[in-house]
Design a protein. Sequence first.
Length: 371
Amino acid sequence: MKIEAVLLHRIRMELITPFATSYGAYTDRETILVQVIDENGISGWGECVAFATPWYTEETVLGAWHVLEQFLIPSLLKEQIQHPRQLPQLWQAIKRHAMAKAGLEMAVWDLYAKLQKKPLYQLIGGMRDEIQVGVAIGLQPTIEQYYEWIDQYIAQGYARIKVKIKPGQDVSLIAALREKYPQLPLMADANSAYTLKDIEHLRQLDRYQLMMIEQPLAADDIIDHAELQHAMSTPICLDESILQAEDVRKAVQLGSCQIINVKLGRVGGWNEALRIHELCVEKRVPLWCGGMLESGIGRAHNMALATLVGFTIPGDISASSRYWQRDIIAPEVTVNQGKVALPKLPGIGVEVDTDYVSALTLNKLEITTDS
Ligand SMILES: O=C(O)CCC(=O)C1=CC=C[C@@H](O)[C@@H]1C(=O)O
Ligand SMILES: [Mg+2]
């Protein structure tokens, strides 16, 4: 594998409906598409899922752009690796910056799979050709709008519904949803909106058979989640707290959670996600693939991740049309009776609509072996 150029495309896509969480609301999504090109002109694509502002983790679009341009891309072009598994070693002197690393690593894995003429999901050991998927609904201003969205998503066959909660929009919301949808597979994502002072308040949720409560406490916490999990019967799922397999080992040892949401961007890419998967299969901790409001490129990688045997819970891998008027890939991701079929073409199995990417591009950078 001889990578000769890396291109970064910073694009902005308009969300068809605002996405609101306990941190705030988004109406559009800036993201970085990462393209690696080999000596024969074959491209691999990845996505750096950092948001424009540092509300989810400390990474941002412009911060990741800088780390990619100044450190990650030059080291990749200089070393010329033969397998994407070599990347963590290559970048060990570059601390953290998980989403920047993941975007470039994903592109290298896509290129490598294309050169092996294999679908990426088969290359990484995926066990299924189609995956069950769920959908996340942002905070809504009225209960009627929850009903409107949930009725629509149930009609589309989504296998589970995730709603956001925060203080003041939690117990009564979940009670109303459970009342209207007694059998619906339902989960709540708190995005760190609570503290241990809220234990008694959160325990009220135990009566509503939620599948899980995602990340109720601080984004960098594992210890307090253990105290909360021991006080609640509802499974806790960790998202922001899990940056690497070592965090999983500690969370499992302390009993901080019963489920883990894996996001390729949050854990630094495929290599660490595969380590987390291996550990969770060994420890029997169920996994699902989280979403980051990705374009079709990040979504295609997430689909491959969700084919692994340990991903037993439907993830946030909704159809392209749930987010965008038009996606940047062909074919777009579609959901049929709550399932997404994996394309059987080499790599991520989708074509990137480069003309449309150009139309959405805010700025672009090309770095070659001659740069
Ligand atoms: O991409 C999706 O469909 C779901 C997105 C989603 O729920 C999230 C994206 C990013 C941060 C959070 O708000 C939340 C999450 O924590 O999973
Ligand atoms: Mg989450």
